[in-house]
Design a protein around this ligand. Structure first.
Ligand code: F6P
Length: 363
């Protein structure tokens, strides 16, 4: 891409630690090395439809590496192809993509860098098919995106969840209780598995391995008999019993994935108390996992992804997401990203290691 051209960045979907680190990396390198002009759309695709943006200068992104959230704002409902507008007392979804495309063209955007998860990148792919040069950068605390070994935000979420489990350990011990920690992750168990192992959970329940209540109750009772008067259970929000169903907390109608999970920890807690007679409490880690400063790992990953995105801009390699494969970065076609979540394989080596130490997965 020629010097002096204008690129734009947006952050879409749920926020996560590391978004600002990517915005910083893309902006700094685009200005410093590639001599490009950088604009930032506000609130994800909302900004493109409403033509709300700001220019990003080198100094605007100084000092944001360690900052949580996103300085551009985000939206997990705005979609130019299905934009929800109020009509009287009702709401109607309209295709406002012609407005979005016109706004991008008028602004002279030579490449749009979309930082987001599956929903954001699916829209990015449609914009690409409609003629906009796009580069995607994968983000989500859930680590459930296809085409990349890891997403930034995941390590930070695992770190926060693990700190939570560590704290739960001491109070569980003092009160001889069963403590359940519910973590996020949507339909994938990456956060549950990793924080569960890192926090030394006795039982780890993830969506990929439906659990059996009898086995869980037995494990808790057996620990008790052996003198371990407390048990720590990590449960992913998308976990479910064998033959049972997930627990839905709410439906966010206009979201690309409208189902919001949450509450399975309380269901499990009641059942454990009933079956074991042991006092049980549930803690939901919730949005704490998405807030605050990214870990050094996520800062480094975000910096690498942002830097690589600018290399791709220089080489006019559009229609791809930057993916992590092994120790390297690869170009992943955008159309292969939104093909369902990347789940934890049942034979994941970490599951095997945990099982070999006696950790129960409820099966
Ligand atoms: O995808 C990230 C995530 O935090 C999931 O783990 C969780 O299920 C969901 O977003 C929560 O969404 P919201 O912020 O809309 O409640």
């Amino acid at each position: 891409m020629k010097r002096g051209k204008r690129i734009a960045i947006l952050t879409g979907g749920g926020d996560c630690p590391g978004l600002n680190a990517v915005i910083r990396a893309v902006t700094k390198k685009a200005i410093y090395e590639s001599h490009l002009e950088v604009m930032g759309f506000r609130d994800g695709y909302e900004g493109i439809v409403k033509n709300r943006y700001r220019k990003l200068e080198y100094n605007d992104v100084s000092g944001i590496l360690a900052l949580g959230g996103t300085i551009l704002g985000t939206s997990n409902t705005a979609n130019p192809y299905r934009y929800v507008v109020k009509k009287g007392t009702t709401f109607e979804a309209k295709d406002l993509s012609p407005i979005a495309l016109r706004n991008l063209k008028r602004l002279g955007v030579a490449c749009l860098v979309c930082i987001g998860g599956d929903g954001t990148l699916a829209i990015a792919h449609r914009l690409f098919k409609d003629g906009i040069p796009i580069i995607g950068i994968p983000k989500t605390i859930d680590n459930d995106l296809r085409g990349t070994d890891i997403t930034f935000g995941f390590d930070s979420a695992v770190c926060i969840a693990t700190q939570g489990i560590d704290r739960i350990h001491t109070t569980a011990q003092s009160h001889h209780r069963v403590m359940i920690v519910e973590v996020m992750g949507r339909r994938a168990g990456w956060i549950g598995l990793h924080s569960g192992v890192a926090g030394g959970g006795d039982i780890i329940l993830i969506p990929e391995i439906p659990y059996d209540m009898n086995i869980i109750a037995e494990k808790v009772k057996e620990r008790n008999k052996k003198g371990k008067k407390f048990s720590i259970i990590i449960i992913a929000e998308g976990a479910k019993p064998k033959g049972g169903d997930i627990v839905i907390q709410r439906i966010v109608k206009d979201s690309s994935d409208p189902v919001r999970l949450g509450g399975i920890g309380f269901v499990l807690g009641e059942e454990i108390e009933k079956r074991t007679g042991l006092e049980t409490r549930t803690v939901v880690m919730g949005h704490l996992q998405r807030g605050g400063s990214p870990t050094p790992f996520d800062r480094i990953l975000a910096t690498k992804l942002g830097s690589r995105a600018v290399d791709m801009i220089e080489e006019n390699e559009f229609g791809f997401m930057v993916g992590v494969r092994g120790a390297g970065l690869v170009n992943v076609p955008l159309d292969s990203v939104a093909k369902g979540p990347k789940l934890v394989p049942p034979n994941d080596p970490l599951i095997k290691s945990a099982r070999s130490l006696g950790t129960c997965f409820g099966d």
